[in-house]
Design a protein around this ligand. Structure first.
Ligand code: PGA
Length: 257
């Protein structure tokens, strides 16, 4: 049985005070480890320390939204894996569509980041997903295959055990348009089959694949009840406890149901 992961991607939102308040509410809601559900928050870099303090002693995990692949040196503006682990992070999001499409990152960059993060002991939430034009052209699966092959190039099964995939159709991110449960399940199944072919079926069975893109309290349960959907990567709705906690609760009721 795969454990659900409900992850909040705060993007470029929150300051130290609002981030700590939000994290504190989540910590109160997740005081101790649960067998069926893991909760993760990914604040901006400037909030890692204060959010880390707010969730200290609770079951909420800390992650970052990006990382650079070089270990240190003259890379103005970048943050290394070691800086993130030093700040208390256990996870890092890599290859988010906003990194790919706004900041121009490609699969090769994502691959270097994934390798550096895994080598430094971070778990990775690797994002993949197609643009609307790619879906409309019937190229969704082809795009996903390219992103998976590029981002996971030369990564062993042993290392890949610390990876979670997030399927995030770009047209569903921040738009209020959610993939239908059928669209999500079909993409997730495709991704799992890719992993099975590239690694093996036992590993594919264990790998968690999250859905992301306008996840809200009213669609979370239907999405996460799909056989190949193992949790959610939540943007907008992760910024409010009264929206994010019901999404965690949906995972809880499915896990315990
Ligand atoms: P959204 O963002 O929930 O606001 O659509 C999801 C994401 O980008 O991870």
């Amino acid at each position: 049985m795969r454990r659900f992961l409900v992850a909040g991607n705060w993007k470029m939102n929150t300051d130290r005070a609002s981030g700590s308040a939000l994290a504190g509410a989540l910590a109160e809601n997740s005081p101790s480890e649960e067998a069926g559900v893991e909760v993760l928050v990914c604040p901006p870099f400037t909030g890692l320390e204060s959010v880390g303090r707010a969730i200290d002693g609770s079951a909420v995990q800390l992650g970052a939204q990006d990382v650079y692949f070089e270990p240190g040196g003259a890379f103005t503006g970048e943050i290394s894996v070691e800086m993130l682990t030093d700040a208390g992070c256990g996870y890092v999001i890599i290859g988010h569509s906003e990194r790919r499409n706004v900041l121009g990152e490609d699969d090769e960059v994502a691959n270097r980041k994934v390798k550096a993060a895994l080598a430094g002991g971070l778990k990775v939430v690797l994002c993949v997903g197609e643009l609307l034009s790619q879906r409309e052209a019937g190229n969704t699966e082809w795009v996903l295959d390219l992103q998976m092959a590029g981002s996971l190039a030369d990564i062993s099964e042993d290392d890949a055990k610390n990876i979670v995939i997030a399927y995030e159709p770009v047209w569903a991110i921040g738009t209020g348009v959610t993939a239908t449960t059928e669209q999500a399940e079909s993409a997730h199944l495709h991704l799992r089959n890719w992993v099975s072919g590239h690694y093996n079926s036992e590993f594919a069975d264990q790998l968690r694949i999250l859905y992301g893109g306008s996840v809200k309290p009213d669609n979370a349960e239907a999405l996460m009840s799909q056989p190949n959907v193992d949790g959610a990567l939540v943007g907008g709705a992760s910024l409010k406890p009264d929206l994010f906690i019901p999404i965690i609760d949906a995972a809880r009721s499915l896990a315990n149901g």
